[in-house]
Design a protein around this ligand. Structure first.
Ligand code: SF4
Length: 247
């Protein structure tokens, strides 16, 4: 048995998500990504050489009754691919902590950091997942790999019956929202434009809020500030609450 086999998946948040997560964790549809994740897990970064890397596809995590779905791009090679939890373990100035601080400000996250799978972080009314479940080289999954992984997103969303809002972190996540809409026969014209903070609320679909991705490239340059991301979660909360009051 390899050392990596000691890592167990996080318990699925609900019975409906259990088979979905099983299919994700055992998926091998993208040979390039599976080979890359396994190699990163084997070779490790020096700072983590004593740790077991997850090294497998990463399912989403959070509240099974979530009204807000947070959609990222893909696991980071030494973040979620190491810890086995989305947006977890990519460092103090990494995207996970940046995201969690914004979510914590609006009570979606119990802590303002996301360090390890056993750090006690809990999500309320929110569920975090990604367009691709395997870490891609240079953070760039190919269109074919994104298409391969779409079925997992569809299945995860189907197992989250209360989702009312999708926070799309970055252009690739934003585009995935419109593929989800197309699956339901909805093709908005003109095509929705990506812009930070833009909201698309179309009857019969979860609302979509576009946000810059909290990558270092965006946060270190000030393109995305903590306040800008916190404002996105304020909007998500308001939309979820408005949907409840309409019922
Ligand atoms: S990226 Fe998605 S479809 Fe591709 S191997 Fe990973 S889990 Fe499977």
């Amino acid at each position: 048995m390899t050392r990596m086999a000691r890592h167990r998946p996080l318990p699925p948040p609900s019975p409906a998500l259990a088979p979905v997560h099983r299919r994700i964790v055992t998926c091998r549809r993208c040979p390039r990504l599976r080979a890359y994740c396994a190699r990163v897990a084997r070779e490790k970064r020096a700072a983590f050489r004593d740790e077991e890397y997850w090294g497998r596809p990463v399912p989403g995590f959070g509240d099974p009754q979530a009204r807000v779905l947070v959609l990222g791009l893909a696991p980071a090679a030494h973040g979620a691919n190491r810890t086995g939890r989305m947006f977890t373990g990519d460092g103090a100035d990494g995207s996970g902590d940046f995201l969690m601080r914004a979510m914590h400000r609006h009570d979606f996250a119990s802590r303002p950091t996301s360090e390890r799978r056993d750090d006690g972080l809990g999500l309320t009314d929110a569920y975090i997942t990604a367009v691709a479940r395997c870490a891609p080289p240079d953070n760039r999954p190919t269109p074919a790999e994104i298409a391969n992984c779409h079925a997992h997103l569809v299945a995860e969303l189907a197992a989250l019956p209360r989702v009312r809002v999708i926070v799309a972190l970055g252009r690739i996540a934003f585009d995935a929202c419109w593929r989800l809409a197309a699956d339901r026969g909805v093709r908005p014209r003109p095509a929705p434009r990506f812009g930070h903070g833009l909201v698309y609320d179309i009857d019969g679909l979860p609302a979509v809020i576009a946000s810059f991705h909290p990558s270092r490239q965006n946060t270190n340059t000030g393109r995305l500030t903590p306040q800008m991301l916190a404002d996105v979660f304020a909007k998500a909360h308001a939309i979820a609450e408005a949907a409840r009051s309409r019922r």
